[in-house]
Design a protein around this ligand. Structure first.
Ligand SMILES: *[C@@H]1O[C@H](CO)[C@@H](O)[C@H](O)[C@H]1NC(C)=O
Ligand SMILES: *[C@@H]1O[C@H](CO)[C@@H](O)[C@H](O)[C@H]1NC(C)=O
Length: 369
């Protein structure tokens, strides 16, 4: 009897010991904390950032995912205990305002995703504590203006997405703090005005997409692109461009890809592509070019692919033979095929230089139809 009671007592004690200790991590409501370093609160119908005050060691949290919720405001205290955070995902919410002190404690943050919210501005100084930030997505918001201080402090930034906003102009030197930036996405905005100093200090930038803006009135000054001496891809498609300023690309010695696709270009100056010694791919399809100056391709010593399809070319191209790099693969509308002096053509799928056909095969293909 005595022994049975002792055993029962022992079982009770053991049972007690097996219960979770009181200091067990308490996960924020509706989130998943299976891994102490990753706080997962994606697609949980949240309207505010959950409180993390119950976490015993918020300093362990390295990534915090809050995408796909209904969060509207970010306060000064939402992240102030998460000083070790490396990655913060707030995409696909309804964020309209960021408190100026939101990121004050996040000096270790490397990736910040704010895409697809309702932000109208990036107030000067708000991002300044993020000295280690490498990736910033602010695409798909309603940002209509940037100020000189918008990117202050982001000296480690490598990739910046601002596409799909409502930007109309870029203030002088707005990106100047971003001396390490490699990728800049500005496509699908309403940029009409590019000042001479818009890209000041972006000496390392490799990729710039300005497609689907309204650059027609403003692409005039070669000085605009002058700081971009490392640029290798420049996308200027769908901007309603009717003409290009003289020698506008002359300061881009490393440029490998230039796309002017889908503009309204009716003519090009003989020196339009002056200085583009490294250019490998030139996309001019879908414009309204009817003739090309004979010397147009002369500076393009490295050209490998030229797309002229979807224009209205009709001129005599006999003068081109001497100025065309022999390696170039071309794409042309059927109507222009015979006249233009090119030996290799992109296949009809337009798959770039990889899918090239010999001129004879292309002609055979054409007449076989
Ligand atoms: C968000 O902030 C705005 C302005 O600061 C305030 O008017 C609004 O009530 C806040 N909304 C919520 C859900 O806290
Ligand atoms: C540039 O932006 C346009 C418009 O959004 C997009 O269609 C295109 O794929 C982008 N180009 C590159 C090379 O990323």
């Amino acid at each position: 009897m005595e022994a049975a009671r002792a055993l029962r007592l022992l079982l009770v004690v053991c049972g007690c010991l097996a219960l979770p200790p009181l200091a067990e991590p308490v996960c924020p409501e509706r989130c998943d904390c299976q891994h102490p370093q990753h706080l997962l609160c994606t697609n949980r119908g949240l309207r505010v950032v959950p409180k993390t005050s119950s976490l015993p060691s918020p300093h362990d949290v390295l990534t915090y995912s809050l995408g796909g919720n209904f969060i509207t405001n970010i306060t000064a205290f939402d992240f102030h205990r998460l000083g070790q955070l490396r990655r913060l995902d707030l995409q696909y919410n309804q964020i309209r305002s960021l408190h100026p002190k939101t990121f004050e404690k996040l000096s270790r943050l490397e990736e910040l995703y704010l895409g697809n919210n309702l932000l109208q501005a990036l107030a000067p100084g708000t991002l300044a504590p993020l000295r280690k930030l490498r990736i910033l997505y602010a695409n798909g918001n309603e940002i209509s203006r940037l100020s000189r201080g918008s990117f202050e402090g982001l000296e480690s930034l490598v990739k910046l997405r601002l596409d799909g906003n409502a930007l109309g102009a870029l203030p002088d030197a707005v990106f100047a703090p971003l001396g390490n930036l490699l990728y800049l996405h500005l496509e699908s905005n309403r940029i009409r005005f590019l000042g001479k100093n818009a890209f000041a200090q972006l000496g390392k930038l490799r990729f710039l997409n300005l497609s689907a803006n309204e650059l027609q009135p403003s692409l005039r000054h070669a000085a605009t692109f002058a700081p971009l001496r490392s640029l290798s891809s420049l996308i200027l498609s769908a901007n309603s461009l009717q003409h290009l300023g003289p020698r506008i690309f002359q300061h881009l010695p490393r440029l490998g890809l230039l796309s002017l696709r889908g503009n309204q270009l009716t003519h090009l100056a003989p020196e339009a592509f002056w200085g583009l010694e490294a250019l490998r791919e030139l996309r001019l399809e879908g414009n309204r070019l009817s003739q090309l100056p004979t010397a147009l391709l002369e500076p393009l010593h490295s050209l490998e692919a030229l797309d002229l399809s979807g224009n209205e070319l009709s001129a005599d191209f006999s003068g081109f033979q001497s100025h065309r790099p022999r390696t170039t693969v071309c794409a042309l509308s059927e109507a222009d095929l015979i006249e233009f002096p090119c030996d290799r053509f992109m296949d009809s799928a337009g798959g770039g230089a990889g899918g090239s056909l010999r001129r004879e095969d292309r002609l055979l293909q054409r007449f076989a139809d």
